[in-house]
Write a protein that binds this ligand. Structure first.
Ligand SMILES: Nc1ncnc2c1ncn2[C@@H]1O[C@H](COP(=O)(O)OP(=O)(O)OP(=O)(O)O)[C@@H](O)[C@H]1O
Ligand SMILES: [Mg+2]
Length: 133
C-alpha cells in the first residue's frame, strides 16, 4: 500500500472486516493491537510504515457523521484509510478506491471480492496477481 490509499470494506456482521484490517496493520508493521473502532468511529494507528486510519460506519445514522469526524481530511494525510461498513458511505466514496467485499461461505470460510475503482487499484490488483495472490 501507498500513502493516500483508500480501502472500502463491506460485508455482513462478523464477516471478518476487522480481522482483515488487523492483517493490513500487521503488514504495515503497526505496533500494538488493532481493535474494532465501532464505538469511536475512528482509530488512528501510527508507528508503522504508514499511518493507518481505521473508520467504522456501523453505528452512524447518516454518512455525514463520518465527514464530521474528518474522513475527507484523513484522505489527505498520507496514510492508509480503511472503512468498515463502507456500503453505508457509497455516495461518499472517493473516485479512486479499492472496494473489498467479505462474504461468509456456508462452510464458515470467507470469500474476498476485490473491485478496483481507478487505475491505481487496477495496477495494485495486477501486481498482487503477479505475486501469486
Ligand atoms: N478470514 C476468515 N476466515 C474465517 N473466520 C474469520 C475470518 N475473518 C474473521 N473470522 C472470524 O469471524 C469473526 C468476526 O470477525 P471480525 O470481527 O473481523 O468481523 P467484522 O466483519 O469486523 O464484524 P463487525 O460486523 O462486527 O464489524 C471472528 O470470530 C473471526 O475469528
Ligand atoms: Mg468489525
Amino acid at each position: 500500500l501507498e500513502p493516500g490509499d483508500v480501502i472500502f470494506l463491506s460485508g455482513e456482521l462478523g464477516a471478518g472486516k476487522t480481522t482483515f484490517v488487523q492483517g493490513l496493520a500487521e503488514g504495515l508493521g503497526v505496533p500494538g493491537e488493532v481493535t474494532s473502532p465501532t464505538f469511536t468511529l475512528l482509530q488512528e494507528y501510527l508507528g508503522g510504515k504508514l499511518p493507518l486510519f481505521h473508520f467504522d460506519a456501523y453505528r452512524i445514522e447518516h454518512p455525514e457523521e463520518l465527514l464530521d469526524v474528518g474522513l475527507e481530511e484523513y484522505l489527505q494525510r498520507g496514510g492508509v484509510v480503511v472503512v468498515e461498513w463502507a456500503e453505508r458511505l457509497k455516495w461518499f466514496a472517493p473516485e479512486e478506491h479499492l472496494e473489498v467485499s467479505v462474504i461468509i461461505r456456508p462452510d464458515d470460510s470467507r470469500e474476498f471480492l476485490f473491485r478496483p475503482h481507478g487505475m491505481r487499484y487496477e495496477a495494485l490488483l495486477r501486481q498482487w496477481e503477479a505475486n501469486g495472490c
